[in-house]
Each structure stands twice: as C-alpha cells, then as structure tokens.
Design a protein around this ligand. Sequence first.
Ligand SMILES: *[C@@H]1O[C@H](CO)[C@@H](O)[C@H](O)[C@H]1NC(C)=O
Length: 150
Amino acid sequence: GSHMASTEEDRFSLEALQTIHKQMDDDKDGGIEVEESDEFIREDMKYKDATNKHSHLHREDKHITIEDLWKRWKTSEVHNWTLEDTLQWLIEFVELPQYEKNFRDNNVKGTTLPRIAVHEPSFMISQLKISDRSHRQKLQLKALDVVLFG
Ligand SMILES: *[C@@H]1O[C@H](CO)[C@@H](O)[C@H](O)[C@H]1NC(C)=O
C-alpha cells in the first residue's frame, strides 16, 4: 500500500511497479511465479531466451509480491542513477541520443524510469515530448528491462 511510498517520486514509481506487477501476475494470486515471469519476458518483452532474466529476477524467491518488487527496486543501483547516468543509458543502450535535451529538461533520473517502463502516456508524450510511437515503445521496453533486471 501507500505506506511504502514517502515522496511524490516514490508514489509515481510505486504506482508504476504495481501496474507491472499486475501485468506479470497472471493468476492474480498476489505473487509472480517463475512461469509467469518466463511468459512475460518472452511474450511481452520479446526475449527469445528468458532463462537468465528470470533467474536474475527470482533468485531464491519463487513468489514475488509487490512488496518484494518494491524493496528490490529501492535497493537497486538503477534506482540511484543520476541524470548523467540515465543519459548515458539513453545514448548508449537505448540508442536514442536525440532525446538527451528532453531528458535533461525533465531531470529524468533512475527514480523516473518506472514511469517510462509502464508507458505512462501523459509523461512520455506531454512531458518528455516523444511523439514517435516506435521510439516510445523502444524506450518503454529498455526501461522495463533495467527496472526489473538492473
Ligand atoms: C543508493 O544510494 C543510497 C544512499 O546514498 C546508498 O545508501 C545505497 O547503498 C545505494 N545503493 C546502491 C545499490 O548503490
């Protein structure tokens, strides 16, 4: 619940992670099981081989609750990324350097990435001003990847 999020930024990230968690938790039992993450990684994220990804996600945990997902996110390196770290990711990994200024203007940091990962349209279109649909999709998938897998 909302007790997990203390700042406004946290609140946005928590909402985004709750959406991702819901998308992954197919049987709606409150946890993400290995088969669920496997399917999500292959079908929604379009990875051919999900093995490394879901073993990273699950480690010893076969049932990932929203609290687990949130705790991991808060203690991940990506959560700590500065604007400069995030720009480096945008330029080198996403390969969309043309949005550097948009990211700068909006001070996009690690804590902003969950909002991109869920493809929040008001944020992606109105604030970041990314009008190209395929660019938004690419950014969304790459953001989802770093938010879930680091
Ligand atoms: C993130 O930053 C906090 C506060 O500076 C620090 O305590 C923590 O170790 C950092 N986490 C990682 C994974 O680097």
